[in-house]
Design a binder for this molecule. Structure first.
Ligand SMILES: [Zn+2]
Length: 362
């Protein structure tokens, strides 16, 4: 005698109907998946059912796929922030450096980008490591004090070559300041708190197309948000820190990937390699922001520890708002951005083990 069908049977039957259909017959909703089912083709930890993201967060259908720096700025959407005040927080904050490092902007150059917007790349030196940390600055209102300061014995040509000029360079220009200030109506001091993103270098995610993490698409999205015309009033800064693999370096990160393939998540893999789960420090970011005249900002992040870390030991920089960073793949229902089994696991680890303020359907 046949046993009565279990409660899972109808769902399985439905699944087999969906999976047996030709691929062009897409159901309006993905079949329900139970994650314990090892045979499921749909074991992608889908939110069930997916909540529609607010209209303001959906990128337009014509946006091309997110290759580095290639997203289409949308003129109508300014990122929405959530007011924060870390001075009222009672939570134990992250370990902060006692004194800020000294930083010095050696050179700056205008970089027109593939999206049509342009930014000024600032290369920094410092007194704590030998790496070339970068500030990617959107808008002409944000200027580096150490770059603009006169250097002994330099000529006007020297100043222009290292990027300490106002306005635009053009063939035949002989002076780094003065007459250009009058000509360039766009030159003004920064008004309100600019949008700031602290980004740590990720060679695998930004350069060699890794789908183990979403760093490449996060960098693209940060640049896109800073380039939208509605953000032009305040400008924006991406502080690009050379701290690969949460600070452990590329070699160790590759070992961690092998440990992940052996069944550990990012957090466990770092601990197995005897690295702190997150070895990054943000003192350099704070010092670079101060050099850029940014003493208050709207911080683009989901990481609660970053809010306080970026402010510095004595709240030298004040974060007035947190602007959520929503993975492009979630925002667009998987049409754009990184979407893979690995990146889903990585994002889940960020939420569960690193306490990121991110929820599906945000
Ligand atoms: Zn990455």
């Amino acid at each position: 005698m046949q046993s009565p069908p279990s409660s899972e049977r109808p769902e399985r039957a439905l699944k087999s109907v969906f999976t047996s259909l030709p691929s062009h017959i897409s159901p309006a909703l993905a079949p329900q998946s139970d994650n314990a089912d090892p045979e499921s083709d749909f074991n992608l930890h889908e939110p069930e059912p997916r909540r529609q993201p607010p209209a303001s967060l959906i990128s337009p259908a014509f946006t091309p796929p997110a290759t580095p720096g290639n997203a289409t700025p949308n003129p109508n959407r300014e990122p929405r922030g959530i007011p924060v005040d870390t001075s009222k927080s009672t939570e134990q904050g992250p370990q902060l450096v006692e004194t800020l490092p000294e930083v010095f902007c050696a050179v700056r150059a205008r970089i027109p980008t593939v999206t049509g917007s342009e930014m000024f790349l600032h290369l920094y030196q410092n007194n704590v490591d030998n790496k070339e940390h970068l500030a990617i600055v959107f808008g002409s209102a944000i200027r580096s004090k150490s770059l603009d300061a006169p250097r002994p014995g330099e000529t006007e040509m020297d100043r222009m070559i290292r990027g300490a000029y106002v306005g635009r360079l053009h063939p035949g220009r002989t002076n780094s300041r003065i007459e250009e200030i009058k000509q360039d109506a766009g030159v003004q001091s920064a008004q309100a708190a600019p949008l700031v993103r602290i980004h740590s270098e990720c060679y695998t995610g930004e350069t060699v197309w890794s789908s183990r993490c979403d760093c490449g698409s996060q960098l693209d999205e940060a640049a896109r948000l800073m380039s939208v015309p509605s953000n032009a009033r305040t400008g924006g800064v991406i502080i690009y820190l050379r701290q690969e693999g949460r600070g452990i370096g590329l070699g160790e990160k590759l070992k961690a990937y092998n440990l992940q393939d052996l069944g550990n998540d990012t957090y466990e893999a770092n601990l197995l390699l005897r690295h702190p789960a997150d070895a990054r420090s943000y003192g350099l970011a704070t010092a670079m922001l101060l050099d850029l005249g940014v003493d208050s900002c709207r911080l683009l992040t989901n990481n609660p520890d970053k809010l306080r870390a970026v402010e510095g030991p004595n709240r030298e920089v004040v974060v007035t708002e947190r602007v959520p960073m929503i993975p492009l793949a979630w925002k667009t229902g998987g049409k754009q951005g990184v979407r893979s089994e690995e990146v889903e696991k990585y994002l889940s680890t960020k939420i569960e083990k690193f306490g990121h303020l991110l929820s599906r359907g945000e």
